[in-house]
Design a protein around this ligand. Structure first.
Ligand code: OMP
Length: 232
């Protein structure tokens, strides 16, 4: 029998397609790669879409902590600016709705892109991170540059990164000459456990299932996957 896909994951994938969160064309990525698809977390800007993505993060986080019982309960959900800001705040609310007893003392935090030097100062909004257990959430991981900056920022503020959860793991090699994935690098180099709502295989699956003129897009995604697929 085929493994059952959890309802939250199906709802998330459907939302990606119906709201044009997942788009097709020729995109130049932050890493300079040319991709036939793009995942834009900024397109989750209505209440039903925010609900779909935050519920999916919350279920993914709860399963991740259940599978890794030695990970301490996070004190803070950290979402890097800008796209991580609504993701961290709504995910914290969704966690609290699903399991209020476990999440009523957890905070959210995000960084400012520009440090502020009047009023309350500093580069963070939300809970301080010093000596806290921090669960980082981010939208997409490709070559891992954004992830590295975020982990370094949390460490600089004195926080302990206890997990890293992304909505979309593109499953790509960190560079042309390397076979490991950016998520693999987080686990090995930083010793941080990781989880994802979906990977590229899930995205291709939903595009294939949609049929209706998206066959060409699915094929281009499959060719891209062959070109950039990481070993783990
Ligand atoms: P890396 O820093 O190479 O891992 O790229 C991840 C970042 O690229 C994300 O945080 C996004 O800002 C952006 N991005 C997307 O938003 N969606 C994509 O599908 C691909 C990228 C990207 O540029 O790789």
């Amino acid at each position: 029998t085929a493994p059952t896909i959890p309802a939250y994951k199906t709802a998330f994938l459907q939302a990606c397609l119906s709201a044009n969160v997942l788009t097709f064309g020729t995109y130049t990525l932050k890493s300079g790669r040319q991709s036939p698809y793009f995942f834009n977390a900024g397109a989750f800007h209505t209440a039903p879409l925010l609900s779909a993505i935050s519920t999916a993060y919350a279920h993914t986080i709860i399963a991740f902590l259940a599978e890794n019982p030695d990970i301490p309960q996070p004190d803070v959900i950290f979402g890097p600016a800008y796209k991580g800001i609504p993701l961290a705040t709504t995910t914290l609310l969704a966690l609290h709705t699903l399991a209020p007893d476990s999440w009523s003392r957890t905070s959210y935090t995000f960084n400012r892109k520009e440090a502020k030097n009047h009023g309350e100062t500093g580069s963070l909004v939300g809970s301080p991170l010093a000596n806290k257990n921090i669960l980082v959430i981010d939208d997409v991981i490709t070559a891992g540059t954004a992830m590295r900056e975020t982990i370094e920022l949390v460490k600089k503020e004195g926080g302990r990164v206890v997990g890293f959860v992304v909505a979309v793991d593109r499953g790509e090699r960190i560079s042309e000459g390397e076979s490991q994935s950016a998520m693999g690098l987080i686990r090995r180099e930083f010793g941080v456990r990781t989880a994802r709502i979906v990977g590229l295989d899930d995205l291709i699956g939903v595009v294939r299932a949609e049929g209706g003129g998206l066959e060409g897009e699915a094929e281009r995604m499959e060719r891209y996957r062959e070109r950039w697929r990481a070993s783990d």
